[in-house]
Ligand binder design. Structure first.
Ligand code: AMP
Length: 199
């Protein structure tokens, strides 16, 4: 049972690692980006509101994002652990998550930072744009998303570091190696993979 958070610039491989870690630890991967994308695809009211921000590479306003997250974390599958990918992204969202966890008598076990060089990240995103056709992966928007990350999300790393919860991981290299690095670093912090029998 783990409560984990994955943080890092766009293109660092958060989504890929989140899926693998969720499977390994037996917890749901909760990606606010995925939830927004599915709302856009299904043309829900939330999707309609979020789309313009996403297409521009801006953060969706906290008022929309915090509600969405609170509801998702209240779902049954998140009661015994979760891996957050792409949330929190702003200091306001950190406050919101803190309040949510405190009011439920829980806390995060670790915050994993995926460290990646911005130029390499841009190259990866360019590739993803061709492969997945994400409308927010074109070069100009990608650069803007990196700026937004630097301005609004990077400060969160110091916050979590100050609390002693940060685990820094080199996000470059083979996908399997990065996953292994994360699992190893979490183990050092006393966060072990669940026993296969209890999964
Ligand atoms: P991602 O899949 O995490 O790269 O997110 C894609 C887009 O969804 C972002 O560029 C934002 O527009 C929006 N988004 C995802 N998560 C958040 C969040 N926690 N706060 C605000 N906007 C978000």
């Amino acid at each position: 049972m783990s409560r984990l958070l994955l943080i890092g610039p766009p293109g660092a491989g958060k989504g890929t690692q989140a899926a693998r870690l969720a499977a390994a630890y037996g917890i749901p991967a909760i990606s606010t980006g995925d939830i927004f994308r599915s709302n856009v695809k299904n043309e829900t009211p939330l999707g309609t509101l979020a789309k313009a921000y996403m297409d521009a590479g801006d953060n969706v306003p906290d008022s929309l994002t915090n509600d969405l997250l609170r509801h998702r974390l209240a779902e049954p599958d998140a009661q015994s652990g979760f891996l957050l990918d792409g949330y929190p992204r702003t200091t306001d969202q950190v406050r919101e998550l803190d309040e949510f966890l405190q009011s439920h008598g829980t806390a995060l076990d670790a915050v994993v930072e995926l460290e990646a060089d911005p130029e390499i990240v841009i190259g990866r995103l360019r590739k993803r744009a061709t492969e997945e056709g994400r409308s927010d992966d074109n070069e100009g928007v990608v650069r803007h998303r990196l700026e937004v990350y630097r301005e609004q999300t990077e400060p969160l790393i110091d916050i979590y570091d100050g609390r002693g919860s940060l685990v820094r991981i080199d996000a470059l290299g083979e996908i399997d190696d990065v996953t292994a690095r994360i699992i190893e670093a979490l183990l050092v912090r006393g966060i072990a993979l669940p026993d296969a029998a209890t999964r």
